[in-house]
Design a protein around this ligand. Structure first.
Ligand SMILES: Nc1ncnc2c1ncn2[C@@H]1O[C@H](COP(=O)(O)OP(=O)(O)OP(=O)(O)O)[C@@H](O)[C@H]1O
Length: 292
């Protein structure tokens, strides 16, 4: 059965710092959910509460209706991989880390782990302490994928990886997800690289939910319009303009709205229309003062 994660009015505080501020969100069924937010917006705090590693200061996080914190039946179904990896002692080997994971993880797939060691060219005999930052990230990717947990959370796990290894991870993730669909949350700052994997996008800002849309809808919502200043002004009247740039008499704007309506207006005014990359849309939506 597909898992249901219900986050109700969640608050996470560190002393006087409010990291998550009354956030409510439901993640239902299988999918690859993109979790986006600026630095310090609360992504890691949210993921660590979902994984049961941190107690909520207020509100609740439920997996299939059951509280997660200090509930082994729930936490064994959740795997959180964080940047740098949470793995065994530095003096232990990669093989020990995999063995430990296979003991701890009820859905562990050893053959998958072996295959991924090859993909990332990791030697099982290497000591953890001797691994480079990227190799540690690769080990995190392997542990997260081979765990096959019904709820799999990757928190910026691939930051240390070089571009070819990151692409290898995305391919491995997608292939593994197609064969074994589950609820995956990927938090990332490398938005354009990963955007094609997302089934939906969750943006948090200052610990609050700013936006949650399915990937196709959000990709269609951001448009750029380019043309003469007065024509652009007419076409965008009453719309949400995220950013404006002028070059002589030409104006370029980023607009957020219903794609068909914006495209119709742009056509009527003879403007150039383009899709706004998800990363640009994210930057504009989370810019100072854009949140109502
Ligand atoms: N252990 C901690 N003690 C005190 N404050 C913390 C702690 N961890 C996080 N915070 C604060 O909580 C807020 C949210 O941090 P969090 O790490 O959850 O954000 P993030 O979105 O994951 O950031 P980043 O993208 O930079 O990793 C920030 O203001 C941060 O300074």
């Amino acid at each position: 059965m597909s898992p249901v994660l219900q986050i109700n009015n969640l608050t996470v505080r560190y002393g006087n710092t409010v990291a998550i501020d009354g956030l409510t969100l439901a993640l239902q069924g299988d999918g690859i959910h993109g979790l986006l937010g600026r630095n310090g917006s609360g992504k890691s705090s949210l993921l660590s509460v979902i994984a049961g590693l941190r107690k909520a200061s207020g509100g609740s996080v439920l997996l299939d209706g059951q509280p997660i914190f200090e509930n082994e039946a729930a936490t064994t179904r959740i795997c959180l991989i964080r940047e740098g990896g949470d793995t065994v002692e530095d003096s232990e080997t990669v093989a020990t880390a995999l063995r430990y994971a296979s003991d701890m993880r009820p859905f562990w797939d050893g053959a998958c782990a072996e295959r991924l060691l090859g993909t990332f060219k990791l030697d099982a005999r290497s000591r953890i302490g001797s691994l480079s930052r990227g190799q540690r990230s690769a080990l995190g990717c392997i542990l997260g994928l081979a765990a096959r947990a019904p709820v799999t959370l990757f928190d910026e796990v691939y930051l240390g990886l070089d571009a070819p290894s990151r692409y290898a991870f995305y391919e491995a993730l997608l292939a593994d997800y197609m064969d074994h669909p589950r609820l995956i949350v990927l938090s990332t700052h490398l938005i354009e690289e990963v955007a094609r994997l997302f089934s939906d996008v969750i943006i948090i800002h200052d610990g609050k939910l700013l936006l949650r849309e399915d990937a196709e809808t959000i990709q269609g919502r951001g448009l750029s319009l380019i043309g003469p200043e007065d024509a652009v002004a007419r076409a965008t009247s009453g719309l949400t303009v995220l950013a404006t740039k002028s070059l002589g008499p030409t104006r370029s704007v980023a607009v957020y709205g219903q794609a068909e309506e914006v495209e119709r207006r742009a056509r009527d005014e003879g403007l150039e229309v383009g899709a706004l990359p998800l990363q640009d849309l994210f930057v504009h939506l989370t810019a100072e003062g854009m949140q109502k």
